[in-house]
Design a protein around this ligand. Sequence first.
Ligand SMILES: Cc1cc2nc3c(=O)[nH]c(=O)nc-3n(C[C@H](O)[C@H](O)[C@H](O)COP(=O)(O)OP(=O)(O)OC[C@H]3O[C@@H](n4cnc5c(N)ncnc54)[C@H](O)[C@@H]3O)c2cc1C
Length: 370
Amino acid sequence: MSEPKTPPAPAAAGGRASTKKELPEHFKAYKHVWVYIEQERGQVHPVSWELMGEGRKLADKLGVELGAVVLGAEGETVRGAVAEAFCYGADIAYVVADPVLTDYRNEAYTSAMTDLVNTYKPEILLLGATTLGRDLAGAVATTLLTGLTADSTELDVDTDGSLAATRPTFGGSLLCTIYTLNYRPQMATVRPRVMSMPIRVEKPVGRVIEHKLGVVEDDIITKILSFLPDRDSNKANLAYADVVVAGGMGLGSPENFQLVRQLAQAMGAEFGCSRPLVQKGWVSSDRQIGQTGKTIRPRLYIAAGISGAIQHRVGVEGADLIVAINTDKNAPIFDFAHVGIVTDAVRFLPLLTEAFSKRLSAHSRDKLAS
Ligand SMILES: Cc1cc2nc3c(=O)[nH]c(=O)nc-3n(C[C@H](O)[C@H](O)[C@H](O)COP(=O)(O)OP(=O)(O)OC[C@H]3O[C@@H](n4cnc5c(N)ncnc54)[C@H](O)[C@@H]3O)c2cc1C
């Protein structure tokens, strides 16, 4: 007979109260919320302004300042980004302007950002979850040995003033809230269009802190030899489109997916799809909408033959008006669509295309006549 097993130790009390530790003394001086203003080739990525809106809310809750971090070569672009940052709510701008920062390179930008953090000590640092932002955020977090919550979908501060960064987990079936309790700054990235665009207010003044870059060109291993713009000039701009038409497995074939493209064309819209269509090779991956694709916030979203699985829903629920076409009246998409049409999308889409073509061309004719 085997010995009776020792009963397992009682589980620790749940919730984060049991995990909260005292913030180490040297982190207590960390204050203020920072947003990295991402720019490439003279253009600020709009996700930076979306994050300024969130940063402003967090800073106001904490009663601290909102700082904008602008890195780049000295000149008009940096000055323009700083001026815009004030219009989007920054109290202060931290600027590192140096020719070494002309183009994004991980080593130089990580050095500039970590140096700023170590000098001015922000408690929260937000970056866009773009290709550049993800690259920079990971390097900065590992260099500073702090926590980073990637692809956050909600940001808040709890009663202790800790950043509560929420993001999908377990394939999008659950949401988890992640804290960085014992390290500073608390870092998070957010994908474009997940947060709404704040209102731009003309506010030309704000404080600017200029900081010197701590590295020189010889310290940087990566060299930019030339710049080749993206070959595909028709690259989808789904994230920022006003009208999006998308199709899912309910369309049944790649040929039927053309009906989505035709409607999008008639409406001057972008087109997108659910993930299985990309997996089947019917549509290219830059058209995928959802948790592992693009997040969109159009004024109008038309979903044809899409069931509305949670992983798709998280990418579209910021749309102002969602119209769903599905043969199954119990499809989950009808739980969050504003307008539901229970019908066969393969038959209905051509009728919509025809109606929009007539209506829009008549409207265009009216405009020309007036
Ligand atoms: C980790 C992970 C990440 C994921 N990321 C994404 C993501 O980013 N984006 C995404 O979309 N999915 C994602 N998915 C997949 C997701 O779970 C669903 O499987 C997917 O969204 C389903 O696609 P669908 O609605 O096109 O197909 P289905 O679920 O097969 O639904 C087809 C729908 O069409 C309807 N239909 C059938 N015939 C017609 C007709 N003739 N006319 C009208 N309606 C019709 C059906 O009633 C049904 O509701 C992810 C899954 C995982 C596990």
